[in-house]
Design a protein around this ligand. Structure first.
Ligand SMILES: C[S@@+](CC[C@H](N)C(=O)[O-])C[C@H]1O[C@@H](n2cnc3c(N)ncnc32)[C@H](O)[C@@H]1O
Length: 271
């Protein structure tokens, strides 16, 4: 059997017709030309078995990024697996906003709920002189984030902590977080693959999705240097509530809602 025949047959059963090509090419680093050339060749028994397994996993809604094993985030290639949320493009917009608004050479930064390390590592890469700390409640997420840091030769301190519970006297100039913010009753709006495969603790939060923001709002003031700022990714309907929440805790600062490229409320800053 030729590769093209195997790929066509297996892809016909998938919702996304190019998913199998995407996974194979990215998993094995094949460019388009190499892939096209491969299509004309006879497929070996082992490759057919692997291809069939990948297609079965895609059919079960497993996210292609977990099958490939890595994603691009900003200008980093980050390892991902079921220990962490797959970093999203809207989070790249949060990193871009932070980089645009913060040009100082020396900043002490904290990323709360770092997951794969995406935000912390993108900031550490863009500003090697910044001192970056990243925390998460999940020990296994921190293991993966550390692997990503090592892979890219980036110096980030990782701390296992429920929000800022493990931080005593540390002060930061910039605290950023993309916390879990989905309400438990919002699962009906979500993709099956997200619910089935991404870690629940990275997605959902109590109190209609606001619980982690509320805890950060309570704790962050004591850990901010004068002139310190906060940045958050938010759910697109959460802007007004969160603006009020942060304004109530940071009365002397300006709380701004920022939109993503689609014009949706997606970020909040306190500066
Ligand atoms: C939405 S994911 C974000 C991951 C990563 N920052 C990103 O943007 O791709 C939220 C992360 O927060 C972590 N988390 C959940 N509850 C937490 C808590 N109470 N304290 C610290 N981290 C928490 C989860 O383990 C998960 O890694």
């Amino acid at each position: 059997m030729l590769w093209i025949e195997a790929v066509r047959t297996l892809s016909a059963e998938l919702n996304e017709p190019f998913a199998l090509e995407f996974v194979w090419r990215h998993k094995y680093n094949l460019d388009k030309l190499a892939w096209l050339n491969l299509m004309r060749e006879k497929i070996g028994e082992n490759d057919l078995k692997l291809l069939t397994e990948l297609s079965a996993r895609l059919k079960e809604d497993e996210p292609p990024q977990y099958l490939v094993g890595w994603v691009e985030f900003c200008d980093l290639r980050l390892k991902v697996d079921q220990r962490v949320l797959i970093p999203r493009p809207e989070t790249e917009e949060l990193v871009a906003l932070i980089l645009k608004e913060n040009k100082k050479e020396k900043l002490h930064v904290l990323d709360i709920g770092t997951g794969s390390g995406a935000i912390a590592l993108a900031l550490a890469k863009a500003h090697k002189e910044w001192q970056v700390t990243a925390s998460d409640l999940s020990e296994s997420a921190l293991e993966l984030a550390s692997e990503n840091a090592k892979e890219h030769g980036l110096l980030v301190e990782f701390v296992e902590s429920d929000v800022m519970d493990q931080f005593t006297d540390e002060k930061f100039d910039l605290i950023v977080s993309n916390p879990p913010y989905i309400a438990f009753d919002e699962t009906y709006e979500m993709d099956k693959s997200v619910i089935k495969y991404e870690p629940e603790s990275a997605l959902f939060a109590a109190h209609q999705g606001y619980a982690i923001y509320e805890k950060i709002a309570r704790q962050a003031g004591a850990h901010l240097n004068p002139g310190g700022k906060l940045y958050f990714e938010i759910g697109y309907k959460q802007g007004p509530f969160l603006q009020q929440l942060f304004q109530a805790h940071f009365t002397d600062q300006t709380v701004s809602i920022h939109q993503d490229v689609f014009g949706k409320d997606r970020m909040i800053s306190v500066s």
